[in-house]
Design a protein around this ligand. Structure first.
Ligand code: SF4
Ligand code: SF4
Length: 123
């Protein structure tokens, strides 16, 4: 009986630890996304020319996963079609920062780099 109780307690403790780890991971992703978004704006402000030069090397296409549109906060203009592909409700006049993503190999949200359809071969 005592053994059963201690097994249950260990199970509960493990579940608790897992939840804490998930929360920490979410906070980490959120903070890194905010930092990256801020850095992109600063970089654009001080290094516009470099950004546009770098964008010429961007290869591939957007796969419309929509994940970059809710890397930190979910954008209010993000929608998905019946096939699960993302649609921007303001595509024709979307913010410049959205068009620039990712402007070089360091500009990816780090948890999205491997799945994004854009790539930079020289980095
Ligand atoms: S993460 Fe990359 S592939 Fe996905 S929507 Fe954003 S730019 Fe497109
Ligand atoms: S404005 Fe459009 S492209 Fe930009 S984050 Fe929102 S849904 Fe994505």
């Amino acid at each position: 009986m005592t053994e059963l109780i201690s097994k249950l307690e260990i199970k509960k403790l493990n579940q608790f630890v897992q939840k804490v780890q998930q929360i920490v991971q979410k906070i980490d992703l959120f903070c890194s996304a905010i930092l990256l978004q801020t850095r992109r704006r600063f970089y654009y402000f001080f290094n516009k020319r470099e950004i546009y030069t770098s964008l010429k090397k961007r290869q591939g296409n957007c796969l419309r996963c929509g994940r970059c549109c809710h890397a930190s906060f979910k954008c209010q203009y993000l929608e998905f079609d019946e096939n699960g592909l993302s649609m921007c409700k303001v595509y024709d006049r979307k913010p410049l920062m959205c068009s620039l993503y990712p402007y070089n190999g360091n500009d990816y949200f780090y948890h999205l780099k491997s799945t994004c359809g854009y790539r930079y071969d020289d980095e």
